[in-house]
Design a protein around this ligand. Structure first.
Ligand SMILES: NC(=O)c1ccc[n+]([C@@H]2O[C@H](COP(=O)([O-])OP(=O)(O)OC[C@H]3O[C@@H](n4cnc5c(N)ncnc54)[C@H](O)[C@@H]3O)[C@@H](O)[C@H]2O)c1
Length: 482
């Protein structure tokens, strides 16, 4: 199967096109220009038809693990937060840490002093992370490096008999998406993208409402990641090796779609009853970043490589049509003056819900926002067991139970109890496919592009994964704060 795919890529001239300078998709777009009969659809279809689902990972439960032994790759801004959260969950041992920068790995290890955790450090080379994956006494590899590295690290971790959980996004190209699916199905290892915004209070309560039919059929959802990151992206020390600025300078499309629609996908049962069908993506030109890069380069040579780049437009809007006839709008804007927001709106046949601008609102069946008092009553009525249980645990352990730690707790609790994880490999790769596909659409005058069915038809019968009632498990404790 693999040979067939490589041959096809060779024939189309796509073989060997990696991330830098263009994914398979970008390479195709450059060659095709604005051709109305794009070849990319055929490439995607070929990749899809060459994949045979060996085993359906939806609903997959791995054998119970009494203790989950963890290795973490990437200890910049995000990694240490995951490490702290995991170190506070009973039945977790942090066994290894890796960062290409020794000081980051050492600093993270130092934060664990005085705890039960004494991780081995891997550092100093681009491939040191492989040694972490190879370490025998690890069950779960957490990946918090820049997103274009996630797929290769998750694939390698699974090949070494480890479960893999990665930050968003988990794949940067369609080919990587298929590699993740193929590896997970073959090795029967969990491969989860850690979509943490789905674990916030509004999201979990409205998910509960949706599952009880409160909104009727969901017709449409809108979400976005809107947060001005200009200062961060041009800062010399915010991110490793200016990796975000390089992405803005070299790509088009929605390069950070997940947070805006992860909740919407759960409400719409994407990959279990519905699936993404196709998307179109429209982008403004860049009014700001290129100009800033040019100005900085006049006084600082460091910015010269960015001075002549065609930066990603300031706003990207991608519209997804689902196979059951729903629509999702995903917006990404990391450069305008707007106050930060995720938007987060869903519209059902009976009622709608809107999270931003806060306070969050819910409409009644007559098209009016309900009063704050009625909203409060609904919140109480629809608070799912997962929130009740973890709030109680938070109190007992002396700390608040926010979305991030709730996600880690739930992942570990499922591994302890041999339960399916809330999000499977198909969720991670289909949601992530919006990155390369939106880029291709933007590069092709917003031409529509099919979104591959990574479940190979199983979406029609797959059951829901995310058990917010905690019917099973829920017995993993938090370590008391001292
Ligand atoms: N879910 C969320 O809310 C959220 C928030 C922020 C970031 N993120 C995601 O988290 C990931 C990391 O973002 P960040 O802000 O921490 O970036 P960062 O640049 O601060 O951290 C990345 C780390 O990876 C290390 N690294 C780079 N190459 C490596 C290699 N070959 N081997 C080992 N380590 C290597 C770097 O030294 C750095 O410390 C990104 O994918 C981002 O999209 C998610």
């Amino acid at each position: 199967m693999k040979t067939k795919r490589r041959d096809f890529l060779k024939v189309t001239g796509m073989a060997g096109l990696g991330m830098a300078g263009g994914s398979i998709l970008k390479g195709c777009a450059t060659e095709q220009g604005t051709d109305k009969k794009p070849g990319l659809d055929q490439i995607n279809k070929q990749l899809e038809s060459s994949h045979v689902q060996r085993f359906n990972m939806s609903g997959f439960a791995a054998p119970k693990l009494e203790v989950v032994r963890v290795g973490i790759i990437g200890l910049g801004n995000r990694g240490p937060g995951h490490m702290n959260n995991l170190s506070r969950i009973e039945g977790v041992e942090i066994k290894a840490l890796c960062d290409i920068r020794p000081e980051k790995a050492e600093a993270a290890k130092k934060r664990l002093e005085g705890t039960i955790h004494n991780p081995t450090i891997y550092t100093g080379s681009e491939d040191a992370w492989k040694k972490l994956c190879e370490q025998k006494d690890i069950d779960l590899v957490i990946i918090t490096t820049p997103w274009y590295m996630h797929a290769k690290m998750a694939v390698y971790a699974m090949e070494q008999d480890k479960h893999a959980a990665s930050e968003v996004a988990i794949a940067a190209t369609i080919e990587e998406g298929w590699q993740l699916v193929e590896t997970a199905e073959r090795t029967r290892k969990h491969c989860m993208m850690m979509a943490n915004y789905a674990y916030n209070g509004f999201q979990l309560r409205t998910l509960n409402m949706a599952r009880q039919g409160f909104f009727g059929d969901i017709i449409h959802g809108e979400g976005g990641y809107i947060a001005n990151k200009i200062k961060n992206n041009f800062s010399k020390d915010m991110y490793w090796d200016m990796w975000w600025l390089k992405q803005y300078a070299n790509r088009k499309g929605n390069i950070y779609p997940i947070h805006g629609f992860e909740w919407i996908c759960l409400l719409m049962d994407i990959n279990r009853g519905d699936k993404f069908d196709f998307l179109v993506s429209v982008e403004t030109k860049d009014f700001k970043m290129g100009q800033i890069a040019k100005e900085l380069a006049t006084t600082d040579d460091f910015y010269k490589p960015f001075a002549d780049k065609g930066f990603r437009g300031n706003l990207n809007n991608s519209i997804i049509k689902t196979s059951q006839g729903r629509t999702i709008i995903a917006q990404h804007d990391a450069t305008t003056v707007r106050p930060p927001t995720l938007k987060e709106e869903i519209i059902g046949t009976l009622r709608s819900a809107l999270e931003y601008p806060r306070p969050a609102r819910i409409s009644d069946e007559d098209g009016r926002w309900i009063s704050p008092e009625e909203y409060k009553l609904l919140e109480e009525k629809f608070t799912p067991n997962i929130l009740l249980k973890t709030a109680e645990m938070g109190k007992e352990s002396g700390s608040e139970f926010g979305g991030d730690i709730l996600m880690s707790w739930r992942m570990i609790d499922c591994l302890h109890n041999g339960l399916p994880l809330d999000m499977d490999v198909y969720d991670g790769v289909s949601w992530s496919s919006v990155l390369p596909l939106s880029e291709w659409s933007v590069n092709n005058r917003s031409y529509p592009i099919d979104i591959p069915d990574f479940t190979k038809g199983a979406w029609k019968t797959n059951k829901r994964n995310m058990d917010i009632t905690i019917a099973q498990g829920g017995n993993t404790k938090l370590i008391k704060k001292v």
